[in-house]
Design a protein around this ligand. Structure first.
Ligand code: NAD
Ligand code: WQD
Length: 351
């Protein structure tokens, strides 16, 4: 049996792009996803792009018996753990669901891994664990802050849980990857971000305005102490994020303990800069209006990604123009995401 990487949440936005990067790099993978925020069509598209059958199991990371079956059936040597609920707004309404899914799900996964003697784990953390940073750019040694919502707190709890685990047993090799704001899509336009329900994040809202699914963009707050009064974030291409996972997996092969790496570009853009870049790149006018600040938003945040550069030999290579072009290619080819009718070009036989 070949060594296989288990990808939880592999049908989702970042999970599908990382799966593609892993397969392209020759890693056998098996995906586990309960499809609560994704579609089976993303697997079909991955198969089309890789010309391979992709092993996919529909199920929940909290299902211990299922995890045991998966670890029995495959020779798994590492897990990349994306599965999570991720809406900040929803987490305020349903905190228990968020803690149950994210924290209990991770706990369950780690228990199953330990039983199966699998000790390499890459975890999807978030810049949200820094809370409202005292200064930017943010390096890992700034330490964590106080996330202001249950989603963010679930990520911080998981980080602490994983730190305890790594302390307790030297066999564990764990990477905490703190993503900043992933956007963009694979250059094929075949996979991309397709949130169920009304989106919360800036780029999905913006592209849904561009495609006519939303009437106009609401810009939350224009009185922040930033370049133009709107919030500044470190937007990073999802394929760069995916490549960071590949590098982290490689390093974990020979680096026990816990490692923390920021995945960001090191450059911040304001909401208005994003809107204007989108208009320049696509030629599409984006109607917007200002509204009061959104609760919990911080004024600005961008990464110091130099630790990932030093340790992983990784840096983000795609610029804002490419992020926007790729986002738009995905959204315009798939106005209704994976529910769009898209004729896939003929493909060669699968391996
Ligand atoms: P996503 O919702 O597209 O992907 C998450 C996937 O996990 C979905 O396919 C969903 O169906 C699946 N899932 C959720 N709960 C599950 C469960 N109990 N069992 C099995 N599958 C389950 O989200 P994404 O943007 O791809 O995010 C991936 C990870 O990165 C998440 O952990 C998220 O918190 C983290 N993250 C995302 C961002 C971002 O801006 N997208 C930023 C920082 C961190
Ligand atoms: C960016 C900026 C909004 C929508 C969130 C999570 C974080 C991480 C990434 C998962 C903000 C503004 C947005 C809109 C707007 N997720 N905005 N109009 O808030 O930086 O981070 O997603 O881990 O944990 O908190 O990203 O894309 O929601 O917002 O003006 O319709 O765009 O106010 O300033 P955020 P975002």
């Amino acid at each position: 049996m070949r060594k296989t990487t288990l990808v939880t949440g592999g049908a989702g936005y970042i999970g599908s792009h990382t799966t593609l990067t892993l397969i392209d790099a020759g890693h056998p993978v098996v995906l586990l996803d309960n499809l609560c925020n994704s579609c089976r069509e993303s697997i079909t598209r991955l198969e089309h792009l890789t010309h391979r059958h992709v092993d996919f199991i529909e199920g929940d990371v909290r299902d211990s018996a299922l995890l045991e079956d998966i670890f029995d059936h495959y020779d798994i040597d590492a897990v990349v753990h994306f599965s999570s609920l991720k809406s900040v707004a929803e987490s305020l309404q349903k905190p228990l669901e968020y803690y149950a899914n994210n924290v209990v799900g991770t706990l369950n996964l780690c228990q199953a891994m330990a039983r199966a003697h699998v000790f390499k784990l890459v975890f999807s953390s978030s810049a949200t664990v820094y809370g409202d940073p005292v200064h930017t750019p943010i390096a890992e040694d700034l330490g964590t802050g106080k996330p202001v919502n249950p989603y963010g707190r679930s990520k911080l709890m998981i980080e602490e849980l994983l730190e305890d685990l790594a302390q307790s047993d030297p066999r564990w090799s764990i990477a905490l990857l703190r993503y900043f704001n992933p956007i963009g899509a694979h250059e094929s336009g075949l996979i991309g971000e397709d949130p169920h329900g009304r989106p919360n994040n800036l780029l999905p809202c913006l592209t849904q305005v561009a495609i006519g699914r939303l009437p106009e963009l609401i810009v939350y707050g224009n009185d922040y102490p930033t370049v133009d009064g709107t919030c500044v974030r470190d937007y990073i291409h999802v394929v760069d994020v995916a490549e960071g996972h590949l590098k982290a997996l490689q390093i974990l092969q020979h680096s026990p303990g816990i490692h923390i790496w920021n995945l960001g570009t090191g450059t911040g853009y304001s909401v208005l800069q994003i809107i204007h870049s989108f208009e320049d790149v696509t030629g599409i006018n984006i109607p917007y209006h200002f509204a009061p600040r959104r609760a919990g938003d911080i004024a600005q945040c961008w990464a110091d990604p130099s630790k990932a550069g030093r340790d992983l030999g990784w840096c983000a290579r795609r610029n804002l123009e490419q992020m926007i072009m790729d986002t738009w290619r995905w959204q315009s080819r798939n106005p209704y995401g994976y529910h769009s009718r898209l004729e896939l070009p003929a493909t060669v036989a699968m391996k």
